[in-house]
Each structure stands twice: as structure tokens, then as C-alpha cells.
Design a protein around this ligand. Structure first.
Ligand code: A2H
Length: 256
């Protein structure tokens, strides 16, 4: 168990188009979408990789809250996370964490989104079964070049779209190279998933190993290939990208 608080960057991923089912749901609940800005807040340890986002993951097993943060802006995340945020001066009122609505993850799958720094302008919300409700915000942004979990999940989604109840066209199949490493090339996660012969998102032990290797190599030997800090080491660029995102109002720093 971790003793020190874990710092996450909460990436504000704007929902630019809800599915017809979700629109109907909001109408039935009397929630007017017009004029509102709704963000999925994804908790990440790797803000410098946001150039390579290819979707945003939610879990169909999680009931998310839709929370007002003022000025017509809303966050979608778990209630537990929003409660924590409300005690970290990240919301209008301390200790005020009542949701406007409860939205199950299944209603969010298929939504069109715009993610800050992402090279691809319009992405989709897709399902990830291994998201833990008790960690971060319950929302995970997908960077398949550097996250082994994200890479195997994406591969499963496009090989079994019917099983997952999604359209194949919603899935970006190829990772975008954003961090170059001496050992594993510029798509660390793909390299390690193949090397360790990981076949399923539920291959937890092997994925833990892949994650450790990818993280170490990326953090200590990786160089950024994209964006304003291209050419700099990951270690150097990471806090800069994070601070830029926060300054632009595109992310929050959240501890738990
Ligand atoms: B990371 P830690 Cl590129 N359930 O972000 C499962 N996984 C979750 C989660 C949840 N509720 N909340 C966050 N995460 C993921 C980027 C990334 C991440 C890269 C490489 C590695 C990596 C893009 N996805 O994480 O248990 C998020 O994925 C490797 C562990 O607090 C978050 O950072 O250490 C990370 O796990 C937080 O995991």
C-alpha cells in the first residue's frame, strides 16, 4: 500500500457529441445539454504522452457522476474522486459533491470527444473492463504507444467489436509514436506486449511486468518525439507539459 499521496493529472476531455441514447437519457432527466461544457476527467501519471491519445476509456460497470464545477462546466468521474477534488480546492465549494445526475459508463461509450494535445482531433469513448472504480477518477485516457494496458485493450476491441458492442470504425488501430526509447523503440507498449506474449487485458501478472518495464524505460531513457518539448527527455518534459495543460485550463492536478 502506498503511503505517500499519488499525484494524478486529471485531463479534461470534452464530450463533443453524445450518442442518441445518451441524448435521450439527458432529455428524460430534464438536463439541458445546450450551452454546457461536459468533460470526462481522466487520471494519468503520464501527462507528457497526451499527444498520443487515441480514445478515452470508461467502464460499463461504473456509475459515474455528472458534477457541476460552475460556469456551465461539468465533470464526469466517480463520486469518490469528485469528493476528493472538492477537498483540494478543485471545485467551487469545499465539501459540496452532490452529482447533478448519475450516468452509467455504457451510456458514454461511443460518444465523440476532443482530448487536449491529441494529434487526432476527434476520438471516441470506448469500454475498458479492467478499470478499477476505487482508483483515480474511473476514467482512463488511452495512449497505446506507451501503456501496455491500453495497447492490449485496443487490440481486443478491434478484434471483437461485436462482443464489446462497439463499431470497429471507432477504434484507432495504430498507436502514435510519441516517446523514443533506446531499448524498446518508439512504441514501447506494443514492443513489450509482443515480447512478453500478452494476449488479453486480463493477463494481469504479465501486464504488471510490462508496465514496470515500459515506465522505467520511458521515464529514465525516453525522449519526447512530439509537441513543444520534442527532443527533451521525458523526465524534463513531463512537468512542463503538465504545467502547460493546467495553465490552459485543460487539466487539473489531483491527489489521492
Ligand atoms: B496512465 P497507478 Cl501512457 N483503473 O495514463 C485502472 N487503471 C487506471 C485507473 C483506474 N481506475 N486510473 C488510471 N489508470 C491508469 C497513461 C499511461 C498510464 C501511460 C503509461 C502507463 C500508465 C495513459 N493511459 O500507467 O496504479 C492510467 O494510465 C501505468 C501504471 O496509480 C494511469 O496512468 O500507478 C495509471 O493507470 C495509474 O496507475
Amino acid at each position: 500500500e502506498a503511503v505517500l499521496p499519488q499525484e494524478y493529472t486529471g485531463i479534461k476531455i470534452q464530450v463533443t457529441g453524445f450518442t442518441d441514447d445518451a441524448i435521450k437519457f439527458f432529455q428524460e432527466k430534464g438536463f439541458e445539454l445546450e450551452g454546457k461544457k461536459i468533460y470526462l476527467v481522466a487520471a494519468t501519471l503520464r501527462p507528457e504522452t497526451m499527444y498520443g491519445q487515441t480514445c478515452c476509456f470508461v467502464s460499463r460497470k461504473i456509475d459515474y457522476g455528472l458534477f457541476s464545477v460552475g460556469n456551465g462546466e461539468y465533470y464526469i468521474c466517480t463520486k469518490r474522486a469528485f469528493k476528493n477534488m472538492s477537498y483540494q480546492d478543485l471545485t467551487p465549494k469545499r465539501g459540496d459533491f452532490d452529482e447533478t445526475l448519475i450516468v452509467n459508463g455504457s451510456l458514454l461509450v461511443g460518444s465523440k470527444i476532443h482530448a487536449p494535445l491529441a494529434e487526432i482531433q476527434s476520438l471516441r469513448v470506448l469500454p475498458m473492463e479492467t478499470i478499477l472504480e476505487a482508483k483515480g477518477t474511473g476514467v482512463v485516457t488511452c495512449v497505446p504507444s506507451d501503456s501496455p494496458d491500453d495497447f492490449v485493450t485496443i487490440r481486443d476491441l478491434y478484434t471483437k467489436p461485436d462482443y464489446y458492442g462497439i463499431e470497429e470504425s471507432w477504434v484507432v488501430k495504430d498507436p502514435i509514436a510519441i516517446v523514443g526509447t533506446p531499448k524498446y523503440g518508439d512504441k514501447c507498449a506494443e514492443y513489450l506486449v509482443n515480447e512478453l506474449k500478452i494476449h488479453s487485458p486480463k493477463d494481469t501478472a504479465q501486464l504488471t511486468k510490462a508496465k514496470e518495464l515500459a515506465y522505467k524505460e520511458g521515464y529514465y531513457s525516453g525522449k519526447l518525439l512530439k509537441g513543444k518539448y520534442a527532443g527533451q527527455s521525458v523526465e524534463e518534459a513531463k512537468p512542463k507539459v503538465k504545467n502547460d495543460l493546467v495553465a490552459a485550463g485543460e487539466a487539473i492536478v489531483y491527489n489521492e
